[in-house]
Design a protein around this ligand. Structure first.
Ligand SMILES: [Zn+2]
Length: 88
């Protein structure tokens, strides 16, 4: 179902930061959906493919951009494809 909101009404609320009794200055760490699989119970990040991890999201993203990680990903992808094709 497609939601289409009119030009009036909700615009202000979605754009501004909400202050008030329910505003928390320190939001709990949000976990990006694409990293949800890489988060450990302690809240740090871990890449099971490379066996390496990071405490902070930016550091972990840096890992995801690294040659080492990309090599692993393509290696894994290649293997998966071989399995899918029945070559394993
Ligand atoms: Zn990795």
């Amino acid at each position: 179902m497609i939601y289409s909101r009119g030009s009036h009404g909700s615009e202000k609320r979605s754009r501004g930061i909400i202050f008030g009794p329910y505003f928390h200055a320190r939001p709990r760490p949000r976990i990006p959906r694409d990293l949800a699989m890489c988060v450990t119970p302690s809240g740090s990040f871990y890449c099971s493919m490379c066996n390496s991890g990071a405490e902070q999201e930016p550091d972990f993203r840096q890992h995801l951009e690294s040659k080492q990680h990309k090599a692993k990903v393509s290696e894994l992808r290649y293997r998966n494809e071989m399995v899918t094709l029945g070559y394993s």
